[in-house]
Ligand binder design. Structure first.
Ligand code: ATP
Ligand code: MG
Length: 616
């Protein structure tokens, strides 16, 4: 069997998370870094050129260019030549600016590629990981909330990588580069200009802490809103049936208002933050111009150098402010990353290496099983066994723990170490590989779920390689073949939202057929005949009995007529085994079975009498 690879996360922080998700996207990352470096380098060249023109072409400062360039220019005719060919210099300036722009474009293109590739693999990871999370996890979360995380939180991370992260790298490079250049021009002025950086960073840092909590709350409100919308859409029939649209709307409005309120709060905070940041930047610009002018007037620097300096400072004004914003916006991405990490950190179902795979015959034994959901005890000291090929029926009031027994058998919920033992063919289920166990124990869930695909595709789910004839046979056994042929497209009929809506009984029968299609050695019907009429119920049971290879069968039902022909019947009461035996034994024994049997026979008799009356 192919080895499963779980794609959770091992990261300890948001940064680590991004790093981990970058796998497979590094080429874009490095391309992005290269384009960014090119862009920054060219953007630094233009102020230098302007400074040179002012000082050495228009002014009279000596020509001082790097390497052999000085000698080359002197050869051409020096300052006078340059002065006469000013258009050439202007052209050079344009070329530099254009190249810088081109690199920037390339950087943005690669950043978009990077973020798209990252978001793609993130979505794949999430989907796969969620598939492997235990049933208990799925029961404990809200589907809407998880859906919101998989869509808008992934989007947030994608935008962060394409926008903020790429900008952050560029800004840091620019800051370092510009300050190296500015310090080489004039140390006191560069120092004055640099004072701004820690102020903006500190201010942003404080703000970052403050706003991230608000973002979290706003995001939670969004998750709740999505969850509520999703629940209402799913439950629209219930809402309509009870005429509770008004109530639903009121509840939605409350949540909707809460959501708006929280985002308005975040928006207000951001507005204050951005305006204050702008104010700081303007003050810093003014300081540099005034101090720089004073230095130039007093001969501490040339006017060309001052212009170059002011241009650099101007180039920095936007990135420094942007840096602040990025730090602020990082909180948003941080929150999203946290919410995604939470999913990816949840422990998936993992088989231990010595979990077994063996051909299952179908002998089942529960021995002193105790189980509780949290602190709510559900099963107490449950012991019983089923021989291979035997049919055991389980009868019990709602909430008595029947479904729970089956969840434990198939390891949808894990039986704790001290909770007794459940064995299949003498092997503890906790030592059997989950996949293998579930493939061999065909469980028809109490609430069948069919996918919005064709009937055939639904039947194929447990048996991808079975021929259509075999699947059809399963459908015949489940007494649904004729209903299927009744649809215009037969087995190719699409179910659900895009196609035909099945009745409750048709759904149940199709779910039974689907389980039978896998031909597992153990069959479990969890109240799977509740929505079919007694006649069809009998028909299905007879067909099951007539199958050439008899599977071990566990039949859960509230209806005595469904159960009475089973080899043995187990009566569960409040999580305890109350009675166990054949129908003949149990109706003679004083106890719940006798009571229920008498009650249901009485009801059936009355119904019969009534129909006779009506018939006359
Ligand atoms: N995922 C869960 N988390 C917490 N409690 C649960 C969970 N599932 C079931 N329970 C509780 O465990 C008890 C037994 O539930 P179970 O579904 O096994 O009953 P059941 O016998 O199958 O009932 P029914 O005939 O209505 O299907 C109930 O009290 C129920 O509230
Ligand atoms: Mg149940």
């Amino acid at each position: 069997m192919e080895k499963k690879e779980y794609t959770g996360t091992r990261s300890r922080s948001s940064g680590g998370f991004i790093w981990e998700m970058m796998e497979g996207s590094w080429k874009y990352f490095w391309g992005c870094v290269a384009a960014m470096t090119g862009g920054v380098a060219f953007s630094f060249l233009s102020p230098t050129l302007v400074g040179f023109i002012i000082d050495s072409v228009i002014g009279t400062e000596p020509i001082d260019l790097p390497g052999p360039l000085t000698a080359y220019v002197e050869n051409l005719g020096g300052r006078q030549w340059l002065f006469d060919h000013m258009t050439l210099l202007a052209g050079l300036f344009l070329v530099i600016v254009a190249l810088s722009g081109l690199f920037n474009m390339l950087r943005q293109y690669l950043a978009a590629k990077l973020s798209e590739s990252l978001a793609f693999s993130l979505r794949q990871r999430l989907f796969d990981h969620i598939q492997h999370l235990p049933y208990a996890w799925h029961m404990s979360v809200q589907t809407g909330d998880i859906m919101q995380r998989c869509s808008s939180d992934v989007d947030m991370v994608r935008n962060f990588v394409a926008g903020q992260l790429a900008d952050l790298l560029r800004i840091l490079t620019m800051l370092v580069g510009a300050f190296v250049l500015m310090f080489s021009i004039n140390v006191p002025l560069a120092t004055a200009a640099a004072v701004n950086v820690p102020i903006v960073m500190g201010y942003s840092g404080v703000f970052y802490r403050y706003i991230s909590r608000r973002f979290l709350k706003a995001d939670e409100a969004e998750g709740e809103l999505t969850a509520m919308t999703q629940e209402n859409l799913t439950g629209v029939r219930v809402v309509r049936a009870f005429g509770r649209e008004r109530y639903s709307l009121d509840r939605f409005q409350e949540q909707n208002q809460e959501f708006s309120r929280r985002w308005i709060k975040v928006g207000n905070l951001l507005a204050i933050y951005w305006s204050l940041g702008d104010l700081i930047a303007v003050c810093q610009g003014a300081l540099v111009v005034i101090f720089g002018a004073w230095l130039a007037v007093h001969g501490h620097m040339t006017s060309g150098a001052l212009v170059t300096f002011i241009m650099y400072n101007g180039q920095l004004a936007w990135p420094t402010r942007r840096l602040g914003r990025i730090i602020g916006e990082m909180s948003k991405a941080g929150v999203s990353i946290g919410r995604l990490r939470e999913i990816l950190l949840a422990r998936p179902e993992e088989d231990s290496p010595d979990d077994q795979i063996f051909p299952i015959q179908g002998a089942i034994a529960f021995s002193h099983v105790n189980f509780s959901y949290g602190s709510h005890p559900v099963l107490t000291d449950v012991s019983f066994s089923v021989a291979p090929g035997e049919t055991l029926a389980i009868l019990g009031a709602t909430g008595s723990g029947k479904s729970t027994l089956m969840y434990l058998l198939t390891r949808l919920y894990e039986l704790p170490e001290k909770g007794g033992s459940i064995t299949v063919d003498g092997v503890d289920v906790r030592q059997i590989q989950r996949d293998h166990l579930r493939k061999n124990i065909g469980l028809v869930l109490q609430e069948p779920f069919l996918f919005s695909r064709t009937i055939l595709e639904n039947l194929r789910l447990p048996a991808p390689n079975k021929s259509q004839e075999e699947l059809q046979k399963a459908a015949e056994t489940a007494a649904v073949h004729r209903s299927i042929l009744g649809f215009a497209q037969g087995y190719d009929t699409i179910l659900g939202e895009r196609g035909v809506t099945l009745s409750g009984g048709q759904q149940q029968r199709l779910a039974i057929a689907r389980t039978l299609a896998g031909a597992p050695p153990v069959l479990v019907f969890d109240d799977s005949l509740s929505a079919v009429d007694t006649e069809t119920d009998e028909h299905i049971r007879k067909a099951l009995k007539a199958r050439e290879k008899k599977a071990t069968t566990i039949l859960i039902s509230h209806r005595v007529t469904t159960l009475m022909e089973a080899d043995r019947i187990l009566v569960l009461e409040k999580g305890r085994v109350k009675q166990i035996g054949t129908h003949q034994q149990l109706i003679k024994e004083e106890g719940p079975y006798q009571r229920i049997f008498q009650l249901q026979s009485l009801v059936a008799e009355e119904a019969e009498n009534e129909s006779e009356v009506v018939g006359k």
